[in-house]
Ligand binder design. Sequence first.
Ligand code: SF4
Length: 385
Amino acid sequence: MGGIYIHIPFCRQACRYCDFFFRVSLGHMDGFVDQLVQEILLRGKEHPGDPMQTLYLGGGTPSLLSPGQLERILGAIHRSFTFRRDAEITMECNPDDLDPLFLDRLANQGFNRLSIGVQSFHERDLQLMRRSHSSEQAERSVKNAATAGFENITMDLIYGIPGQSSFEWEENLARAISLPIAHLSAYHLTFENGTVFDHWRKKGRLLPVPEEESLHQYELLREHLLAAGFEHYEISNFARGGKMSEHNMIYWNGMPYLGMGPSAHSFDGTARSWNISSLKGYVDGMKAGKGISQAEILTTQERYHDYLITSLRTRWGADPGHIQTQFGDEFRDHFDRKARLFLEEGSMWITGQRVAIQPNRWLITDHILRELFVDQHGHSSHGVP
Ligand code: SF4
């Protein structure tokens, strides 16, 4: 088993672009923590084994947990699982929660990595997205975290925000780089079904940025981060000083992980399972001792596709030898044949034993993936064996 993910499904307010599973009814947090602790204890009994590499508290907004709630969760985790001595222990935080007292407590509780959701340093963007913090709070939170001794700080930024110019995006990048962060995740804004932004887009009130603008901002992102000594190691992720996200590497390398809390996903190497995306369903289900999760066994084809989707958006790319041992000769032959075309045209390259997509093409990998995929019968996605 590689890592543990704990989903804390509460937020102070709803950001207008977000489709993660969360509730703003903070009065239910205590009751939720009771059942989360039960799930952790149960899952711990089902998964005795090797020490874990990572623990990641995400959400939602885990930094909303009270000291007592957090202690109860961590207590259950440490009673149920063991961790490597150098395990990466991350908490996702919103800037408005990161005062010096809170940060000291996190450091004492064993957290060694903070993921801070900044998204933008421009007040207009923050208000448009309905973030709960100001730009000044965002900057101060990173400085406070560094002062509290955190050396592994990652920040989230969003680009492709309607109304944000490329110049403003560059200002965000410059400001992020000037802060003591070891890692940056930058995501292009998406209009997810059911979000306020999606509703506004359908009404014509908010227009997605044109594709050439998105590509330009992606290029600016790469340019500024590479110049500042960051390594671009995955489509959305940059690290300096070798501080790549170990937890995400578990997902990208197809290693097993255990997710707990509503909507959390798990993978045991062959089967994928996910908890119910309902706070009431989760709490009631746990109380009644009923099932709160569903599972599916992945076909070889699905595992091959998952492997390509994740590995080909990293700088390491896909390993043809891994494809052969994990998925069989037919998949390896298909991959070799299709990848050769992209190697010849220059959008893929060979790195050691592996084949990777050029980083400047990561934002537009869909057509390459479509070619590399196979249909149910092990043939190409266009039906050509
Ligand atoms: S704080 Fe994070 S999880 Fe909560 S609504 Fe905003 S983006 Fe979504």
